[in-house]
Write a protein of this length. Structure first.
Length: 359
């Protein structure tokens, strides 16, 4: 009888290998689905831009120049508007594969250059708002659930209802009037104080770039300019996260394992953090991911009120000028961010709750 020198893999190793294979297949499927969604979004945005009433030549050349047939023909030939729609779309897709989003008709620069300037400003503002919303919304949601039907819970429920009910533009106007115009506590617009040079470009985030380069004056100014628009954007998200956190924590507090943890004599803080909050984070992360995407795509009014040079301002001016390459570039960027956030949320599920398996 001969014995083989091979040893069977341990069960833990088999589980880790299987888990890694499942994760790899999940990532491949999600990336393929994301690419298909991006192509579909380019098609939808292209068709919608063609249905918008108005002539891009008239919007960009002006009423006097549009009366010149030669100028109109030259403009259409330069931007490929004289070709059939299917050919225009295929040309756009071919350029997109090479990283060419076209030339903006309003700035006369590559759309990718414009987006590289405006997108970091909006992402920085949205990140500040979502981090603030998570800290405040989750903390107050847990407090409301723990003090159910007592006065802290009642006050926080009113606050959350007000946050999700009041229009964002109205909150922005009131905050601008009170905190900047009347009290002067916070700056009212822009990303830096007037006359202050922007930090050297590394990431496009003024706070991070100033921190990396040790430019403390720019860092302080950038943080102060973030506070007011960030608070306005976070108002709705705080109210939404507070309500979802309260509901999730209340549902988990009634489970048997929570009562068993309390019966063992564990401190209430340990029970809340380890046995209640972690299972509730699955729903909270889902809401936070959707809220972050909404912050990125819904900052037009806030950026207009606070003169924030972000993607919302760029999208608004692109729409009013019928700048088709810029409109499609903004649509694609927002879609990619949404898809990336959904992928990150799905991956976080397995980290937060090991019982969840990616399939």
């Amino acid at each position: 009888m001969s014995f083989s020198n091979r040893t069977a893999p341990l069960p833990g190793a088999r589980r880790r290998s299987r888990r890694g294979g499942d994760l790899g297949r999940f990532l491949r499927r999600r990336i393929a689905a994301g690419l298909a969604l991006c192509i579909g979004i380019t098609l939808v945005s292209f068709l919608l831009t063609q249905l918008v009433p108005g002539d891009p030549a008239a919007a960009n050349l002006g009423q006097r120049a549009v009366t010149d047939p030669a100028a109109v023909a030259a403009f259409r030939a330069q931007h490929g508007l004289d070709k059939p729609l299917p050919q225009q779309y295929l040309i756009y897709l071919g350029n997109l594969l090479r990283g060419d989003l076209g030339i903006s008709q309003q700035s006369h620069r590559p759309v990718s250059t414009d987006l590289g300037e405006y997108v970091p400003a909006t992402v920085e503002l949205a990140l500040f708002a979502i981090v603030l919303s998570l800290v405040v919304g989750v903390a107050f949601g847990v407090l409301a659930a723990v003090t159910r039907d007592r006065w802290p819970d009642q006050v926080l429920r009113v606050v959350s209802l007000a946050g999700v009910s009041m229009p964002t533009f109205w909150i922005a106007l009131v905050a601008f009037y009170l905190l900047f115009f009347q009290l002067g506590w916070l700056p009212g617009g822009g990303r830096l104080d007037p006359g202050q040079a922007a930090p050297g470009h590394i990431t496009g985030f003024y706070t991070i770039d100033a921190l990396l380069q040790g430019q403390w004056a720019q860092l302080s100014s950038a943080l102060r300019h973030l506070v007011l628009p960030g608070l306005v954007l976070a108002t709705y998200t705080v109210g939404m996260l507070l309500r979802f956190t309260r509901a999730s924590v209340l549902e988990i507090l009634g489970n048997d394992y929570v009562r068993a943890a309390r019966a063992k004599g564990l401190p209430e803080r340990i029970v809340i953090v380890r046995h209640v909050l972690r299972p509730a984070l699955v729903a909270i992360v889902t809401v936070a991911g959707v809220a972050f995407g909404s912050l990125l795509s819904g900052t037009v009014l806030v950026e207009s009120i606070f003169s924030w040079p972000g993607i919302g301002q760029y999208a608004y001016h692109s729409a009013t000028n019928l700048d088709l390459p810029a409109i499609m570039g903004v649509s694609l960027v927002v879609a990619v961010i949404y898809i990336g956030m959904n992928l990150a949320v799905d991956l976080l599920y397995g980290v937060i709750d090991p019982r969840i398996r990616l399939s």
